[in-house]
Structure formats: structure tokens, C-alpha cells
Ligand binder design. Structure first.
Ligand code: PGA
Length: 259
């Protein structure tokens, strides 16, 4: 049994302490009462410490949205795993909005280094993968997504891979209101993500790793995703900024319990 995991990706929102804490105060008690799933909030760096403190008395964990693969040095504006350790438990890596910005820090090789560094610092990586619209339409989803998986985890042990969380986020579904169908998302997760993990690290690891779906998840569609056998949770952007995010998590847990 894989424990469901719901992560809120605030992106570049609620980055001032007053607005972040006001929102945290609204959701923290109802959200902490929903048992049966790991709950993670990923705010901007500017309020990471404040949100962590605001959530400290609760079981809700905090995550960062990115990090550098080096521990320290001349990297102006960057944040390292060493800095995050102790401040948060999770870190989103390789989000498509970052990969799309390009550059040396978001290549497959860089993301592979980030995964290793995060694990070395006892952070749980949420590794994002997913195809763009042209790739989906050209029937290249499987090749692309399984390639991203192989690259991200290359050189890791099976035990290390089992500690990671993966988010399957088709780029065309992010922020568009056009979510993947639960059946399609489940198929990619089973046949492209778990199958690649099984090939590289064995069937046991493939079945142990938690895989989220992300891309236009809402309070209305979450239950359908969670009812799928290979979907263990969601990485939620826009809908995580609304007070009814608590209802989204509640529905997710109820739906997960039904299969
Ligand atoms: P969305 O974003 O829920 O707003 O589509 C998801 C994500 O980018 O993680």
C-alpha cells in the first residue's frame, strides 16, 4: 500500500509573509485533521521559514520549489540542499516551468545531480516529468517520459529511488484547465514511469515509489485521479491557492481509500 501524497505548489504566489501566513492560518487545522495522506506545502523561498514555523505544530510538511546541485559557492541567487536541510523535508525538482526556462541548471544531467544532492541531505525529491503538446500529439509521450525517468535516477541505488516521489505532469495540462483524463494519466504512469523504474531498479521499487499526477487538478476532478490504481496523489498548482484546497485533499483521501 502506497500512502497518498498531496503537494501544494504555490509557484510565485503568496510570497509575502503576511499573505502566506494568513492563508496558512486558514488551512492548517482542517488540513491537519485529514489523516491518511502526506500533505506538503511548497511556498516560495521568501516565506519558506515562516510557513514552516506556521505549520510546525501540525503534521503538514513543507517543501521547496527548486534548489541548486552544489552545496555552496559563487552561485548568486541560488539556494542549496544544505541550506534547505532542516528547513523543509521535500523539494520539487525539474518542474516543467523551470525546464522550459532552459539553461544549464535544468538539463536532465543537472536534475540528476539535484536528485542525488537532495537525497544526500535527507530531502525527499518530488521529481517532475511530462511531455509537451507536440510530443503528445506525435505519440512520443512514452519515449520522452521514460527517458526523463531513466536520466533523473541514473546512478542511484534502488533504496534511494524508493525514497523519491515522482510527479507526472503533462505540460499541456498545467495551468490550462485541460487536465489529462485519469485513464491516460494512469497509463503513462504505469507503462512509462513504473515500467522504466522496474527495468532499472526492479519491480519492488517500481511498485513502492509514489507517483503523483499534476496539471489542472481541481476539487471536482481529484477523486477520479485518485481512484486510479497507479496514481498516488497530486501536485496541485492553481487549486492549492484557494481555501477549498482542504476539500480537494479530503476528497483525494476518500477516493484513495475506495480502491
Ligand atoms: P496547475 O499546476 O495545478 O495549476 O495546473 C500544477 C503544477 O504545475 O504543478
Amino acid at each position: 500500500m502506497r500512502r497518498p501524497i498531496l503537494a501544494a505548489n504555490w509557484k510565485m504566489n503568496l510570497g509575502r509573509a503576511d499573505e502566506a501566513l494568513e492563508f496558512v492560518r486558514r488551512i492548517r487545522f482542517p488540513l491537519s485533521e485529514i489523516e491518511g495522506a502526506d500533505r506538503v506545502v511548497c511556498p516560495p523561498f521568501t516565506v519558506l521559514a515562516a510557513v514552516a514555523e506556521g505549520l510546525a505544530p501540525t503534521p503538514i510538511a513543507v517543501g521547496a520549489q527548486n534548489m541548486h546541485f552544489e552545496d555552496k559557492g559563487a552561485h548568486t541567487g541560488e539556494i542549496s540542499a544544505a541550506m534547505l536541510a532542516g528547513l523543509c523535508r521535500y523539494v520539487i525538482l525539474g518542474h516543467s516551468e523551470r525546464r522550459a526556462a532552459g539553461g544549464a541548471l535544468e538539463t536532465d544531467a543537472a536534475i540528476q545531480r539535484k536528485v542525488k544532492t537532495a537525497l544526500a541531505r535527507d530531502l525527499t525529491p518530488i521529481v517532475c516529468v511530462g511531455e509537451n503538446l507536440a510530443q503528445m500529439e506525435a505519440g512520443e509521450t512514452h519515449a520522452w517520459v521514460s527517458g526523463q525517468i531513466t536520466s533523473a535516477f541514473e546512478g542511484l541505488s534502488a533504496v534511494q529511488v524508493a525514497r523519491c516521489v515522482i510527479a507526472y505532469e503533462p505540460i499541456w495540462a498545467i495551468g490550462t484547465g485541460r487536465a489529462a483524463t485519469p485513464v491516460d494519466a494512469n497509463r503513462v504512469i504505469a507503462l512509462s514511469i513504473r515500467a522504466s523504474l522496474a527495468e532499472g531498479f526492479g519491480e519492488e521499487v517500481a511498485q513502492a515509489v509514489r507517483v503523483q499526477y499534476g496539471g489542472s487538478v481541481t476539487v471536482d476532478n481529484i477523486a477520479d485521479f485518485m481512484a486510479m490504481p497507479d496514481i498516488d496523489g497530486a501536485l496541485v498548482g492553481g487549486a492549492s491557492l484557494k481555501p477549498d484546497y482542504v476539500d480537494l485533499v479530503r476528497r483525494a483521501v476518500e477516493a484513495a481509500g475506495s480502491h
